[in-house]
Design a protein around this ligand. Structure first.
Ligand code: GLY
Ligand code: MN
Ligand code: MN
Length: 435
């Protein structure tokens, strides 16, 4: 079994679920950053999930089995090109790609417009991601029209249009053991990065110096990229939910919120830790931190088969609302605070999201109107927080405290497993590591 067998198995499952027709799944285009400089290339997640193929300018075509033909997996990719390989590096070319990745056929990407209309003739359905990319919409419609123009020769275009993402989202939501191994390794690298950040941080440094420590750890352990732009937010910056400037000075007495995770072999990790820049929490920081930690622990306890997507969020909200009452931040009963959503002054986001190839991974959160039930193999984040901006009716000693604690959690048959426990999370663990 080659390392690419798992991708072939996924293609087989996908082809069986399609039932009939042709799926056209392009990878992502290269993106220009400015003039001749490109953004680092990242393949399309759906394409990679079914191929393991990392080069740009590639398209996967899957033809489902019909009454008299077996399913067929076809790759279109760049041709070998000695001149371009001198400048840009190795490319497989169709022949080697077919062998190594186990496709039934492979052709140069330059033949796509010539061959695709032929592959679509008299097929019952086409599966595409219409609406995702305007140029692909136009191109596929062009192929369908070419087939239509041959109607007097007996050629008919597919009568049905389906979205392959609907089939693949359900597959991607339940991770295989191959995927979970990668996700655990990604999580391990990211927990090491957070540990290093805690050990390095001291007053007077700038946020970007800590970002550099995180990136250093990601790359030195083989991660290809951060899974998203790292948030390194000291003091009041932690109350800006998508803060990415990462250039302020770190001040003694403030907290540092770090939301950062690496991407390894196509899979994201996503961790947030918040810790005192001086190494010791103040009493007010301690109160809020313990509250967010209690909410997170209670939320994680809800992650088990049979429970539903929203249960962790509801559990976190109840803990936070009671805490806000106890600390004088909200008035009234827990139920009243949940009803009026008064908690949103301090906690305005949801408690997590699916995690996988994309940091906010695919998968429906509701089915037939009800929150989805957890099933073994799902991976999600659990990330409650509390962000206190200066306001008239808020005790001043809480102003500018921003805390989030985020772990990556796998649903197992018996409950859950936290992939990111190695990143210190309790106050004693954090204060000890920072000594
Ligand atoms: N880092 C993105 C998120 O926590 O959702
Ligand atoms: Mn997250
Ligand atoms: Mn995050």
């Amino acid at each position: 079994m080659t390392q690419f067998q798992q991708f072939k198995s996924r293609r087989q499952i996908f082809a069986a679920r399609m039932e009939s027709g042709v799926a056209i799944i392009p990878t992502a285009p290269e993106q220009l950053r400015n003039r001749d400089a490109h953004y680092p290339y990242r393949f399309d997640s759906y394409f990679y999930y079914l191929t393991g193929f990392r080069e740009p300018e590639a398209v996967l075509v899957i033809i489902a089995a019909s009454r008299d033909t077996a399913a067929k997996h076809i790759l279109f990719c760049r041709e070998k090109n000695q001149e371009r390989e001198i400048w840009d590096g190795f490319r497989y070319g169709p022949d080697a790609a077919k062998e190594v990745f186990g496709f039934d056929e492979a052709y140069p990407i330059a033949q796509l417009d010539e061959l695709l209309p032929k592959l679509l003739i008299n097929q019952p359905a086409v599966y595409a991601a219409f609406g995702h990319d305007q140029s692909w919409n136009q191109r596929i419609i062009g192929w369908l029209n070419q087939v239509r123009e041959q109607s007097r020769a007996g050629a008919a275009p597919p009568a049905e249009i389906h979205d392959y993402r609907i089939v693949l989202d359900d597959m991607r939501l339940i991770k295989t053991s191959d995927e979970l191994q990668i996700m655990q390794r990604a999580a391990d690298i990211s927990t090491q990065a957070h540990q290093r950040a805690m050990q390095t941080t001291c007053p007077g440094m700038r946020e970007y110096e800590i970002e550099a420590e995180l990136l250093y750890t990601f790359y030195r352990h083989g991660a290809q990229a951060p899974a998203y732009t790292s948030i390194i937010a000291g003091g009041a910056n932690a109350c800006v939910l998508h803060y990415v400037e990462n250039n302020a000075e770190l001040k003694s007495g403030d907290l540092l919120l770090i939301d950062a995770g690496c991407e390894l072999d196509g899979y994201a990790s996503d961790i947030t830790r918040t810790f005192p820049i001086s190494g010791r929490f103040t009493p007010q920081q301690r109160d809020i931190y313990q509250l967010v930690l209690a909410a997170q622990i209670e939320a994680i306890a809800q992650v088990k088969p049979g429970n539903r997507w929203n249960d962790p969020h509801q559990a976190a909200l109840r803990v936070l609302a009671q805490g806000f009452i106890d600390l004088g931040l909200c008035q009234g009963s827990v139920d009243a605070i949940l009803e009026t959503e008064d908690y949103k002054r301090f906690y305005m986001h949801k408690t997590g999201h699916w995690l996988g190839m994309d940091v906010h991974d695919v998968g429906e959160y509701k089915q037939q109107g009800d929150w989805r039930e957890f099933q073994p193999g799902m991976v999600l984040t659990v990330e409650p927080g509390c962000y206190i901006r200066p306001a008239d009716n808020v005790p001043e000693h809480f102003w500018n405290i921003g805390i989030r604690i985020e772990d990556d959690v796998l649903v197992t048959h018996t409950g859950h497993e936290i992939l990111t426990t190695a990143a210190p999370k309790t106050i004693p663990e954090i204060e000890e590591l920072m000594q």
